[in-house]
Design a protein around this ligand. Structure first.
Ligand code: PGA
Length: 253
């Protein structure tokens, strides 16, 4: 049984005061919803405040990135050890980081390993560009992006997020069927790499223009275990509805 997960990626939005207000607003309702792992990922600077506000809550906190070294002369970077004190999860390899900050597959894998070493659960993002998609290279790109992820990482509870880059922040989400097909491919690929048991236990989320209006279409699909939500995770009513629908649709009858 894979427990569904909805993770809100706040990206570079909200001041500390705004983040605190949003956490306060969302917490009571989120706490009432079971059968879903609920995660919010505010900017680094708001993690400490969010942690305080989430004391005793079932809502988990995640960071949006980290550096792989534990400490030292890396001006401006944030280490896994620092984050382990503040949150339980960390988004790694988001396409915005791969694109704008030139993160390579090797760097992404180092970050995954560094996170696992301190007990942080990575949400590893993979996905193809529009051009790769049009050229029919989606499966090839995903296989390459997954090639470095170790069996150990899956064993430790790594979560995958399939986010086609053409669907992120564009309002042009994939269809449920498209996403289900591609995530099915990812699962078969992992089965070949690491065996059926790992492939069947890893949670794979869909991400890209998920809203309260289209979440059901994704969540109904058997291969899709939840969503990584950007824009809609900053709006309380949208995010709550996404989490609620997920809880209901994935409930084993
Ligand atoms: P979006 O972002 O929901 O705003 O498209 C998703 C993501 O980048 O994680």
């Amino acid at each position: 049984m894979r427990i569904p997960m909805i993770a809100g990626n706040w990206k570079m939005n909200t001041t500390v005061a705004e983040a605190a207000a949003l956490v306060k607003e969302m917490r009571p309702e989120l706490d009432r919803i079971d059968n879903v792992d609920k995660v919010i990922c505010p900017p680094f600077v708001s993690l400490a405040a969010a942690k305080e506000l989430l004391k005793g809550s079932s809502v988990k906190l995640g960071a949006q990135n980290l550096y792989f070294e534990e400490k030292g002369a890396y001006t401006g970077e944030i280490s896994p050890l620092m984050l382990a004190e503040l949150c339980q999860l960390v988004i790694i390899g988001h396409s915005e980081r791969r694109q704008y900050f030139h993160e390579t597959a090797e760097l992404v894998d180092k970050k995954v390993q560094a996170a696992l070493k301190v007990g942080l659960k990575p949400i590893l993002c993979v996905g193809e560009t529009p051009r790769e998609n049009e050229a029919g290279k989606t499966e090839e790109v995903l296989s390459r992006q997954l090639s470095l992820t170790s069996k150990q990482a899956y064993h430790t509870g790594l979560v995958l997020a399939y986010e086609p880059i053409w669907a992120i922040g564009t309002g042009k989400a994939a269809t449920g069927e498209q996403a289900n097909q591609t995530i099915g491919f990812i699962r078969r690929h992992i089965a070949k790499q690491h065996g059926q048991e790992i492939a069947q236990s890893v949670r794979i989320l869909y991400g890209g223009s998920v809203t309260a209006d289209n979440i059901a279409e994704f969540i109904k699909q058997p291969e899709i275990d939840g969503a990584l939500v950007g824009g809609a995770s900053l709006k309380t009513s949208q995010f709550l509805s996404i989490v609620k629908q997920t809880s209901e649709i994935k409930r084993v009858k």
